[in-house]
Design a protein around this ligand. Structure first.
Ligand SMILES: NC(=O)c1ccc[n+]([C@@H]2O[C@H](COP(=O)([O-])OP(=O)(O)OC[C@H]3O[C@@H](n4cnc5c(N)ncnc54)[C@H](O)[C@@H]3O)[C@@H](O)[C@H]2O)c1
Length: 441
């Protein structure tokens, strides 16, 4: 469905946003906040951490929630030009911007300062940082919108699960940017499956087979660590590889529909066709078989190079019928159900429902499934990088960590290029995932 860039710096006009948010926006405006912690007239102060494409899009969306009194009050990014870019993108909403220079924080540690100036924080840095930012946000008592994936290793998953629990204890509201969960077509398909229209789901296929991804070239003045953070997609410690960064959307749909987590993963992957002259340590394709409790199999594929047929979707087979999102068909070819409703922009719905939960103190915490689905993708990567079958619990218990502690621009980069500027690629014959430590080839 949505291409990767969708929902980034969104071309949403105010009118689109109002239209997209529809009923939920109306509810927010109309309901008195009897038990609410943030009555509807109170301003929600928003902080943004990670002011790139998606962070800017999420900011526009949170500022567009109909009927919600909201202001951007602080912003942080590793790089100053991204801060300026995000502020420029929201200039048309200037009545909702109260973010002077002394609340614009450049560098890797600005997130702590943003947390001092907001009620709701958007976390949209490269995902390697997410568990640490999520934990800090929850400790500081902030409501959170955070982008997927929420972790790229077991250490991060454990941090997120602990922070999710703390968020519940503090009654904080957390939305994760797995927007299919906020898409009416998906929601109704899941409801029909739960009603039993397809019988028991016994298998499925999930895909993100698309073209390549951006590459940001090194600038001469950058340290190696600075270059890797800038060009984060191509480094496992920051991105988690594209099975995690991108394909998490489809793996999450499998977990949601099956209402279970995979027990094991086994697969293959490699780097076949990335652009020459653009050194990258991540694979460009992975194919993983996930086995779920009850013996249900999900075949997962993701690919990032042009050519062939692209496919980004999810399909499932039940004992009575097959499921495509929005359509359930019997094995005799008869269509049993077809989605005839309308999906409002799910990127906007995420924020509408988050504000509604904050204002009316409704329970809302996506951090559990956000973490377990992100970690299911990590499990798949463990399998493709090592060539071995991995158990979910085995992988989680390993508690391996890829992000260095107390990262600064001077911290030695976790991976270094060879004399030709290339990074080593995980080779299944030799690749080891080391407990409680960074992964090493
Ligand atoms: N839900 C979706 O459909 C969707 C779409 C795109 C991206 N995303 C997710 O959003 C996140 C951001 O992706 P993007 O496309 O916006 O990337 P991006 O590179 O455009 O933005 C990331 C920003 O974070 C900044 N940054 C890096 N480290 C930081 C730190 N420690 N503190 C503060 N800022 C830091 C970078 O300088 C950059 O401006 C990723 O997790 C990505 O997977 C989700």
């Amino acid at each position: 469905m949505q291409a990767h860039s969708n929902g980034c710096v969104a071309p949403l006009t105010r009118r689109d946003a109002l239209k997209a948010a529809g009923a939920i926006g109306a509810t927010v405006a109309a309901l008195p906040a009897v038990h609410g912690q943030t009555p509807s007239s109170d301003v929600i102060r928003v902080g943004l951490i990670g002011a790139g494409g998606r962070g800017t899009g999420a900011l526009q969306q949170t500022l567009s929630v109909p009927g919600s009194n909201v202001k951007l009050t602080a912003i942080a990014d590793a790089f100053d030009d991204r801060i300026k870019g995000a502020l420029k993108a929201v200039e048309p909403m200037k009545e909702k911007i109260d973010c002077p220079e002394d609340r614009q924080f450049k560098g890797l540690d600005g997130f702590q300062k943003v947390l001092e100036h907001c009620d709701l924080v958007i976390l949209a840095t490269p995902p390697g940082f997410r568990p640490f930012h999520f934990e800090a946000a929850v400790k500081a008592g902030k409501n959170v919108f955070m982008e997927k994936p929420v972790c790229v290793d077991a250490f991060g998953a454990q941090l997120c699960l602990a922070a999710a629990k703390m968020a519940d204890e503090k009654k904080l509201k957390v939305v994760v940017g797995l927007q299919r969960r906020y898409d009416q077509k998906y929601r109704e398909t899941v409801a029909k499956i739960r009603e039993g229209l397809a019988g028991d789901i016994i298998g499925g296929q999930v895909y993100w087979n698309g073209a390549g991804i951006w590459y940001r070239n090194r600038k001469p003045e950058m340290t190696e660590t600075e270059f890797q953070v800038y060009n984060w997609y191509h480094f496992n410690w920051l991105c988690g590889d594209h099975i995690c960064e991108q394909h998490v959307h489809n793996i999450d749909v499998a977990n949601w529909i099956l209402d279970r987590l995979p027990e094991t993963a086994y697969g293959v992957g490699g780097k076949q066709n990335r652009v020459p002259g653009q050194p990258s340590e991540i694979y460009d394709h992975h194919a993983v078989n996930f086995v779920y409790p009850g013996g249900v199999r999900i075949a997962s594929q993701c690919r990032q190079f042009p050519g062939g047929d692209g496919r980004v979707n999810e399909e499932f087979q039940g004992t009575k019928a097959t499921v495509k999102i929005g359509e359930i068909t019997g094995y005799d070819g008869k269509v049993l159900w077809k989605f005839e409703g309308k999906s409002d922009n799910p990127y906007q719905v995420e924020h509408d429902e988050l504000h509604d939960a904050i204002r009316n103190d409704k329970p809302l915490n996506n951090a559990y499934y956000g973490t377990t689905s992100s970690f299911s993708a990590v499990l798949g990567r463990n399998a493709t990088y090592t060539g071995k079958q991995w158990g979910y619990q085995q992988a989680l218990d390993l508690n391996n960590r890829t992000m260095p502690e107390n990262l600064t621009w001077e911290t030695p980069a976790p991976v270094v290029p060879d004399k030709d500027g290339n990074y080593s690629i995980p080779m299944p014959a030799t690749y080891k995932i080391v407990a409680d430590k960074k992964e090493t080839a």
